[in-house]
Design a binder for this molecule. Structure first.
Ligand SMILES: Cc1cc2nc3c(=O)[nH]c(=O)nc-3n(C[C@H](O)[C@H](O)[C@H](O)COP(=O)(O)OP(=O)(O)OC[C@H]3O[C@@H](n4cnc5c(N)ncnc54)[C@H](O)[C@@H]3O)c2cc1C
Length: 379
């Protein structure tokens, strides 16, 4: 009934992602993080490996892989560079997924093919300054004008906002009816009245860009509306269910890197004439990290499997995200502790894990909101 073996293809994918991360992402990761440098060259190599549209049907130039394969690759990339992993995650599980599942053939032909092959990068823009967890409380509007819409408003916290070629924007097309008045649009960069703010100066994932977007009478063709008018919020929530598996996988990568570095360092570092790993209190930290990582991975893979089986995976994806992100936070904090003072400086590279872990508890729905989703499914 249950088989925990990875397929041959998945084993090969895991190795490819691991080698890529080691050979192409590791060097310069600390510098990119410190100086907020978007990994342009590395992202284009990830595109060549097919990492930016992994689950998209090959008909639309994607990899046609399952969600477990995506989770495996995300974990390996995030273990070395969580910033590169979030670019990958947004493009795969938010942007490509949304257009493939809710877009028209015209939109798939025109936009999805370039996104899935990685020649274009996408962003997903739901949040606004006054509406985060309560996302339907948005005020950005898209008012119909003939066969166009006129978009006005401010979005914030947009990952890939600066470096993307297009953005999926959620806006109100009918006021006064709450979330039933929200629609989704593909908005290309370069349209008149569309501006990006400066890159935010963040605690972690500093090499990924996050910015505000400003829309001042931006004219969008009706053929760029995804789904029917009023379906936008439902589309956003359904897409975020899958996105949470991506973020859980990013958290797994941070947790597994924390465990790896903790094992290496505790075997090397000697105090009181013996490796610190000889102390039971250090061993127990390692044991807890390994145990929690294993549990988080099983939960994440189960969520991925349920998604692939077309079962209702909303609550399990929330469980995976909240648990894996909390495991990543605990493991990275213990990793810094095991490195002592050396863990506290940038050059060692492990304080970055702790800073990067924090965001996995916040974006694509905070841990509190995930618990709301889980509790709702129970009650
Ligand atoms: C680096 C970064 C990248 C991001 N990328 C994107 C992106 O690409 N696209 C996008 O649309 N958004 C993005 N976001 C936004 C992110 O999804 C929101 O920050 C998140 O949903 C929380 O919203 P908020 O920040 O407004 O916090 P709030 O909603 O104001 O929450 C503040 C606190 O209150 C808690 N809280 C709120 N409501 C409840 C409740 N009902 N019960 C219990 N506790 C509650 C929250 O859990 C949190 O602890 C990003 C954010 C960051 C920081």
């Amino acid at each position: 009934m249950i088989n925990f073996n990875l397929s041959e293809e998945q084993e090969l994918l895991k190795k490819t992602a691991k080698d890529f991360a080691k050979n192409e992402l590791l060097e310069g990761a600390v510098n990119r993080d410190e100086n907020k440098i978007w990994p342009k060259e590395q992202i284009s190599k990830m595109a060549n490996l097919g990492f930016l549209g992994m689950m998209v049907n090959p008909k639309w130039d994607g990899g046609g892989m399952d969600t477990i394969s995506y989770s495996i690759a995300m974990e390996e990339i995030a273990a070395v560079d969580a910033s590169a992993a979030v670019v990958m995650s947004v493009n795969n599980s938010l942007v490509c997924y949304l257009i493939e599942h809710f877009g028209s053939d015209f939109q798939k032909e025109k936009y999805l093919k370039k996104l899935a092959s990685g020649s274009n990068i996408g962003a997903f823009s739901l949040s606004e300054p006054q509406s985060g967890s309560d996302a339907s409380n948005m005020i950005t509007t898209a008012i119909k004008d003939g066969n166009h819409y006129i978009l006005n408003g401010t979005k914030n916290w947009v990952t890939n906002g600066i470096n993307s070629d297009l953005v999926l924007v959620f806006a109100i097309t009918e006021k006064g009816i709450g979330h039933r008045g929200i629609s989704c649009f593909i908005v290309e960069k370069g349209l008149s009245g569309f501006e990006c703010g400066k890159a935010e100066n963040k605690l972690g994932i500093r090499a990924s860009d996050t910015c505000e977007l400003y829309f001042d009478n931006v004219k969008i063709s009706e053929e760029n509306r995804i789904g029917e008018e009023g379906e936008g919020f439902k589309i956003a929530l359904s897409t975020l269910d899958g996105g949470r598996i991506g973020i859980a996988s990013q958290a797994l990568g941070i947790a597994s890197a924390s465990l790896y570095h903790s094992i290496q360092y505790s075997k090397e570092r000697e105090q009181f004439g013996k490796p610190i790993a000889n102390n039971q209190s250090i061993q127990f930290k390692l044991a807890d990290m390994a145990m929690e990582l294993e549990a988080a991975r099983l939960l994440t893979w189960k969520a991925a499997w349920m998604k692939d089986q077309h079962k209702n995976f909303s609550a399990i994806a929330s469980m995976a995200k909240v648990y894996a992100s909390e495991v990543a936070m605990r493991a990275s904090t213990q990793c810094v502790q095991i490195h002592g003072g050396y863990g506290y400086i940038a050059e060692t590279g492990v304080e970055r894990l702790m800073r990067d872990a924090k965001i996995t508890q916040i974006y694509e729905g905070t841990s509190e909101i995930q618990r709301v989703v889980i509790a709702r499914s129970l009650l």
